[in-house]
Design a protein around this ligand. Sequence first.
Ligand SMILES: [Zn+2]
Length: 263
Amino acid sequence: MFRRFAWVLCALAAMLLMACAHAAYTNRSQLLLISEGQETALGLQSAQDVLKKEKESHDQFQTERVKRIGWRIAAAANKPEYKWEFHVIEKDNTVNAFCLPGGKVFVYTGILNLTTSNDELAAVMGHEIAHALLRHGGERMSVALMTQMGGQAASIALGTAVSPAASQVFGQAYGIGSQVGVLLPHSRAQESEADEVGMILAAKAGYEPAGALKLWRKMDAYAKSKGQNAPGWMSTHPTTEDRIAAIQAKMGPIRAKYYQAAR
Ligand SMILES: [Zn+2]
């Protein structure tokens, strides 16, 4: 019994040693029990599920708009191993967007209709792409693995193939299965990191960072108008005065450093 316990402890210690990583751009410490390759494989698998279940928009103008902005942000992200794709999903009552690990980006017509300018749409896409680049999904999966599965996590984390158990946790982390594309809430740290890095990406791509401020004010007003039952993006992205103030504080330096250089 003791020997078995010692083995589990050793496996956990090895995992934690392997798992200490730092987020790109911000250098925040992260717990990552799965590799980026595993995360990408799960992302590609989920993207196929989303495309099977959801209806793509036939609006050529909006689809081209999302692709044009997406490719510019993708160039700024400088992630050649990603297989970028940009899809518009026809669902006017779904105010949602997300980017799966590996670079599959989905924008619902519900959020698209709310973004009046390209700067605002670039803020949405930059924010979602930042979550993927910073491996926030992998981080949430790792926390879920640690807390839900205990010892079993070792076999998933140390293996190279994508196991059914890893796939299940990925589904939970992304809320895929029950409600396609609706993410479980990110942590506050992940949200502010995605706000900052999303603004950097959009600015590098040539979009005015003030778009983020307009977007979040609009989202805040929209969420308030819907009360507690705010759908999709709003329920996973709490908008507060603090958050808007933080965006406002970062906007000036990001504009000076990245947006002006991109023009
Ligand atoms: Zn977010």
